[in-house]
Write a protein that binds this ligand. Structure first.
Ligand code: FES
Length: 156
């Protein structure tokens, strides 16, 4: 099934490797993310190195390498948030969820992402969970906030 979808999308762009970003965006619309086997197919079809396809897929924040979880946790890594300690917050959440940014937990409940600026620099560092903004974060506050969501979703 993957092969047919990938062939159709690549044919739409006339096998043009310069359309790689558009091709990956269209594929993501079909599968909601970019499965590894699909990226391999794309590299073979377009005669591109797999590493080059991955470089594009990981460079653009709108492209995802794993399926989206039910809930999203996003930490701002923009300059204003970074200088106020985002790195420690990221480490804290990473150890709490046991996944790196860009990934989804095994139970598919949480997707963890970073973003470059949320336009809320005055209240940075900023954490966003399911669209709700939490400002002036510290590692301890971030852990407590994420813990609440983990508890809330435990048996759901
Ligand atoms: S840098 Fe984080 S909200 Fe702007």
């Amino acid at each position: 099934m993957h092969v047919r979808v990938v062939n159709r999308i690549i044919a739409k762009y006339k096998d043009n490797r310069t359309s790689l970003i558009s091709i990956l965006q269209d594929i993501q619309k079909e599968f909601q993310y970019l499965p590894a086997e699909v990226l391999k197919l794309v590299s073979e079809k377009l005669d591109l190195k797999l590493i080059d396809v991955y470089s594009v897929a990981t460079f653009y924040k709108s492209l995802r390498l794993s399926p989206q979880g039910k809930h999203s946790i996003t930490v701002c890594t923009g300059t204003a948030c970074h200088v106020r300690g985002t790195t420690k917050i990221l480490d804290e959440i990473q150890s709490q969820l046991d996944i790196a940014p860009g990934y989804t937990t095994k139970d598919k409940k949480f997707t963890f992402n970073t973003v470059n600026c949320l336009g809320a620099c005055a209240i940075g560092p900023v954490l966003v969970i399911d669209g709700k903004y939490y400002g002036n974060m510290t590692p301890i506050k971030a852990r407590e906030t994420v813990s609440k969501y983990l508890k809330k979703t435990k048996n759901k």
